[in-house]
Design a protein around this ligand. Structure first.
Ligand code: AMP
Length: 506
């Protein structure tokens, strides 16, 4: 085992002790504060066991200082960090906790009520951050950098989300690649508005900032007015978001008075870099943002399983609609349907290889094996290289919907809809939308003499699925279009939505 006392992220934090690390609702904290708090948390976690030895620890904490302290504490105790989403309703939390088999759950006291019944039902140990922070520091275990560090849950074609396992080394490689390509330094100050149970927020923003010795200012959630006010205050250098957030920032800018607009634009132009990713960035958004802020958004392409793979350049010209070229330490190739390297100018599936690529899907050895071809990971995304630059054409599968930067599984939503007392059959598809990337859209066949409105359906689904998975439009159909094999043919359903056929509720 290549055991070292501390993982490199912690070693680096020790060298940046007096620098400001986190600004959040709990206050302002330097690296020493994060080290102290995470040491106490780790000490509590290893009480009686010495080393968590890759035990999964699920934690439900809003983005902020305590989130980071617990994440680092789990790592320093030798555990696997499993971030839970504060926006997930109980069934989804139950699923992630059950699937990861998290023996320990950590909650911020405000979320105790949400986790306690699950912990009791599933026989998990529940600890509160307040109690963890009370511990006396004790000696911590050596950490294997090749050991499992984190599981992020991501939607797959097979319905329920899968746990993507990364090692400490994978995370280090992913972070170093971005720190080098986007030239992060100690002088950077990034504003995080993204959820911290998704790669974009947790790796590209939070961990890159803390690796670089920079400051990460964390808002508990995105609010366009709050972000603009913060930009107006000055001293931010970096901002990273999904396209939907830029659409909302543009709308908020348009609502402002012309005097305020000018101040907003001036303040925004002072940032050194603004990045977009996690979904395709429409060219009109790039153009509007350029007019407002003077920035050509840097678009990049990546995935939970691989970290970031392709990026527009930091200094040279960025081409709208394109995602640039491979980042450091990652190899990218396009493969045609026969599994051969795609000819230049012809589309192919993106495959990637490198030390940052994830280790496995948690406890799914067959799914993991099928996702790789001689160490190349098949992303399921189709791209083409034009003039030497990658252009993403979309997912090969129609069952993954990208909405507002989230990736959701249509099958998972269908499973829930089919438990509704009025629904006979259903098919969920993503329909292109300038604001959301794709809208979650459900075609429904109702049981005889039943009626269902979008509003009542949404109220019903709200109790069962995260907000961003709730259909925002429905079509009532007599029957679903199916192929000869009896399988629902989804492209036809998306077409019906686009043509507004069938009965639609606003
Ligand atoms: P996630 O694992 O949730 O980050 O989702 C990864 C998926 O988001 C990829 O497989 C792509 O389908 C999509 N994606 C990420 N970045 C881009 C981009 N710049 N353009 C188009 N799709 C993207």
């Amino acid at each position: 085992m290549s055991g070292i006392k501390d993982i490199p992220l912690i070693q680096r934090a020790k060298r940046n002790k007096d620098r400001r690390a986190i600004i959040a609702s709990e206050g302002v904290f330097n690296y020493q504060d994060v080290l102290n708090a995470s040491a106490k948390i780790a000490s509590s976690l290893v009480e009686g066991v010495v080393d968590l030895k890759e035990t999964c620890v699920g934690f439900l904490i809003p983005p902020g200082f305590h989130y980071v302290a617990v994440q680092w504490g789990i790592w320093r105790a030798g555990g696997i960090a499993v971030p839970l989403s504060i926006f997930h309703p109980r069934p989804e939390l139950e699923y992630v906790i059950q699937d990861s088999d998290a023996a320990i759950l950590v909650a911020q006291p405000d979320f105790e009520e949400k986790l306690r019944p699950i912990a009791e039902k599933q026989g998990r140990r529940l600890l509160l951050t307040t109690a963890l922070l009370d511990a006396e520091p004790r000696s911590l275990p050596e950490i294997d950098v090749n050991g499992r560090a984190m599981i992020l849950y991501t939607s797959g074609t097979s319905g329920k989300s899968k746990g993507v396992v990364t090692t400490h080394r994978n995370i280090e490689v992913q972070v170093k690649s971005l720190v080098s390509a986007w030239e992060w330094t100690q002088n950077d100050h990034v504003l995080n508005v993204l959820p911290l149970n998704h790669i974009h927020g947790i790796i590209n923003v939070l961990t890159c900032a803390l690796w670089a010795g920079a400051t990460c200012e964390i808002l508990p959630k995105f609010d366009a007015e709050v972000v603009w006010s913060r930009i107006l205050e000055g001293n931010l250098t970096l901002f990273m978001a999904v396209p939907t957030i830029y659409v909302k920032l543009i709308a908020a800018w348009k609502r402002a008075s012309s005097e305020r607009q000018k101040a907003m634009s001036d303040a925004c132009s002072k940032l050194r870099l603004m990045v977009s990713g996690s979904a395709a960035l429409p060219v009109n958004v790039i153009e509007e943002w350029k007019t407002i802020s003077g920035h050509v958004l840097l678009e990049r392409y990546g995935m939970t399983e691989i970290g970031m793979a392709l990026s527009n350049p930091l200094h040279e010209k960025r081409v709208p609609g394109y995602v640039g070229n491979p980042l450091p330490d990652i190899e990218v190739r396009l493969v045609d349907e026969q599994g051969k390297t795609a000819m230049p100018g012809t589309p192919g599936e993106i495959q990637v290889r490198g030390p940052g690529v994830f280790l496995e899907y948690w406890r799914k050895p067959d799914v993991t094996k099928n996702a790789f071809c001689e160490h190349w990971f098949s992303t399921g995304d189709i791209a083409v290289v034009e003039n030497g630059i990658y252009h993403i054409l979309g997912r090969s599968s129609v069952d993954i919907i990208k909405t507002g930067g989230y990736k959701v599984s249509a099958l998972e939503i269908e499973e829930v809809l089919l438990t509704h007392p009025d629904i006979q059959e259903c098919a969920v598809v993503g329909v292109e939308d300038p604001e959301w990337g794709e809208r979650v859209s459900a075609a429904l066949v109702l049981k005889e003499r039943r009626n269902l409105s979008l509003v009542s359906l949404r109220d019903w689904v709200k109790e069962r699925l995260a907000t961003y998975k709730i259909p925002t439009q429905i079509l009532l159909l007599e029957g679903l279009p199916r192929n000869v094999m009896g399988k629902v043919f989804k492209p036809d359903i998306a077409k019906l939505f686009r043509e507004k056929k069938g009965t639609e509720y606003p």
